[in-house]
Design a protein around this ligand. Structure first.
Ligand SMILES: Nc1ncnc2c1ncn2[C@@H]1O[C@H](COP(=O)(O)OP(=O)(O)OP(=O)(O)O)[C@@H](O)[C@H]1O
Ligand SMILES: [Mg+2]
Length: 247
């Protein structure tokens, strides 16, 4: 089943057309990759899909509902989570607090962002469960700023998962990671794929081709080709690019 379908998306900033015509379908329960050169419009595409920018034209249907132009919090509440290209964590808190602040039960209970969640054992348990999914339960009470770079990435994913989404958008999750941390992240995404639909932008081709069920290539504001990793490897455009050597 197609969980997420964007059709004919267009976005311009002033006179500059960044996305001309993006059509993208994401099947439920898959890992969908997005690749393309720097400045191709990948992050802008994520901004449209998650409501951070409204498209100038086109439709975005999530689980049968047209969500184009809805504000980010409405889209998030429907079950769409994302991480940002730049990390977005509360450094001076303990690790678990980042996750607690993102739990729907926490937000509903306090009605504001900073409440006293530590008074509620159920919230702590829910947050621990999410941390466990990403392998960070053992660091729950450590200072956020003491985490390694790779663990910060995993925590960022945990924050996205805390909202109990159906689909998670990850923008370049391997950026800045070394070989070991990249491998650990691939293992994490493989574990998560059984529970969530995942869409990720990646420059690391080896990582992406090893994980994705399908990949869309964005260039010149359009999806210029789309397919399974094997199909893309056989694609003429891909064969002519530097991609093949990278994989
Ligand atoms: N708010 C904005 N106002 C004006 N131009 C913008 C804005 N956001 C993005 N752009 C431009 O749109 C183009 C696409 O940017 P975007 O960040 O989506 O690319 P990207 O594919 O994610 O690149 P990268 O691989 O470097 O992350 C760039 O030329 C960028 O300068
Ligand atoms: Mg980007």
């Amino acid at each position: 089943m197609t969980l997420f379908q964007a059709t004919g998306l267009q976005k311009r900033f002033g006179s500059r057309v960044v996305l001309e015509n993006i059509t993208l379908g994401i099947e439920e329960g898959t890992v969908h990759g997005i690749m393309g050169p720097n400045g191709a419009g990948k992050t802008t595409c994520f901004h449209l899909l998650t409501g951070h920018h409204a498209p100038d034209a086109g439709s975005i249907v999530f689980a049968g509902q047209d969500i184009a132009g809805l504000p980010p919090h409405r889209i998030a509440r429907l079950g769409v989570a994302r991480s940002f290209q730049i990390m977005n964590l509360f450094d001076d808190t303990v690790v678990i607090e980042n996750v607690m602040l993102a739990l729907p039960a926490f937000k509903a209970q306090t009605g504001r962002i900073f409440g006293n969640g530590f008074a509620d054992r159920r919230l702590i348990d829910s947050a621990l469960e999410v941390l466990d999914m990403v392998g960070l339960a053992g660091s729950a009470w450590s200072k956020t700023k003491s985490l390694s770079y790779g663990d910060r990435r995993a925590l960022e994913i945990a924050v996205a998962l805390a909202a109990e989404p159906r689909i998670v958008f990850l923008d370049e999750p391997t950026s800045g990671l070394g070989v070991e941390a990249t491998r650990a992240l691939a293992a994490l995404i493989r574990r998560l794929r059984t529970r969530f639909t995942i869409c990720l932008i990646e420059h690391d081709m080896r990582f992406l081709f090893g994980l994705a069920d399908r990949i869309s290539v964005i260039h010149w504001g359009q999806v210029i080709t789309e397919g399974t990793p094997a199909e893309l490897m056989a694609n003429k455009w891909v064969a002519r690019s530097s991609l093949k050597e990278a994989v």
